[in-house]
Design a protein around this ligand. Structure first.
Ligand code: PMP
Length: 304
């Protein structure tokens, strides 16, 4: 990873290498913490813009609320800190990671009065699933690990500890030679990928999984809006892995992965085995939006 200079930690800017925690940090042991992943893009007209900052900050607070963690800052303060960390590191394009966690103090399951700590880091990060994946599509495999049941790890929270499930899935499929893991829910229906939401296209119509066992992706929401503006029908519903095999197009959405086409799933070619035409149209508008070339989506940008 490409280091930046500063990290925002508990209200102060500290040097990258000094943003450290004690080994008895509660969240390090039990995983009760929440995070966000945000992107900032260089825009065509000059200057940078954070994509959908307000929605990310809101989800950050909602994740913490689900976990009964009180973030000791207001949403406006976190918004400002996000802008500050980009400026402090003089970054034009970057990925921003916000994290809220319980510090050291009491040990054991019950975090009585452990301090709630917040950190924000920003660094340069290119295409998460590769530049080639963005244009030619990736190869995915359905993981043998099911996505969390909604009543164990509640999937509307971006809970740090819950990501062990994504890591195991990702490792499983990467070691088998694939790029990304698709996960099924505990009833066996398609849920999402290890760090992305999933869409399928069949006969000109788009389907994406309903909100039951998935994270409510901000890219997912952006893509649904773009599709609606293109007058392409999008429904949110459960579907099965064999519907994916016989789809015309499949693509994944996420802040890190952006809009990435899937060209193969479980060794079955999807559609023509390359980025499909609807995926390409949506992907193009998505990149126009994030790079400030789409006036109709200007309200999604926080220009800095
Ligand atoms: N699902 C999971 C499990 C994720 O980690 C992410 C990435 N945050 C997403 C979906 C996509 O969410 P977003 O578009 O808000 O980045």
């Amino acid at each position: 990873m490409k280091k930046s200079e500063k990290i925002w930690m508990d209200g102060k800017l500290v040097a990258w290498d000094e943003a450290n925690v004690h080994v008895l940090t509660h969240t390090l042991h039990y995983g009760l913490g929440a995070f966000e992943g945000i992107r900032c893009y260089a825009t065509d007209g000059g200057g940078s813009a954070i994509f959908r900052l307000g929605e990310h900050t809101k989800r950050f607070f909602e994740s913490a609320k689900i976990l009964q963690i009180d973030i000791p800052y207001s949403e406006a303060e976190v918004d400002k800190a996000t802008v500050d960390i980009i400026k402090a590191n003089k970054l034009e394009e970057c990925y921003i990671r916000s994290l809220v966690f319980l510090g050291d103090g009491a040990m054991g399951i019950f975090p009585k009065d452990n301090p709630v700590r917040v950190a924000l880091a920003a660094w340069e990060w290119g295409a998460y699933l590769g530049e080639d994946g963005l244009s030619n599509g990736i190869r995915a495999k359905v993981s043998s690990f099911a996505r969390h049941h909604v009543n164990s790890a509640m999937t509307k929270s971006k809970t740090t500890g819950a990501y062990f499930n994504s890591i195991l899935s990702k490792r499983e499929v990467v070691s088998a030679g694939y790029d990304e893991a698709i996960m099924l829910d505990t009833d066996g229906y398609v849920s999402e990928a290890s760090g992305e939401n999933i869409f399928m296209v069949k006969n000109g119509r788009i389907k994406t999984t309903s909100l039951t066992s998935i994270l409510k992706g901000i890219t997912r929401d952006s893509v649904m809006r773009i599709a609606a503006d293109l007058e392409i029908e999008v429904t949110e519903q459960r579907f099965t892995r064999d519907e994916l095999y016989t789809a015309d197009e499949v693509f994944l959405t996420g802040t890190a992965a952006e809009v990435t086409p899937v060209r193969e799933i479980d060794d079955r070619k999807i559609g023509a085995g390359k980025r499909g035409p609807i995926t390409e149209r949506i992907q193009k508008i998505y990149f126009d939006a994030v790079k400030g070339r789409a006036p109709q989506y200007e309200s999604w940008l926080t220009r800095i």
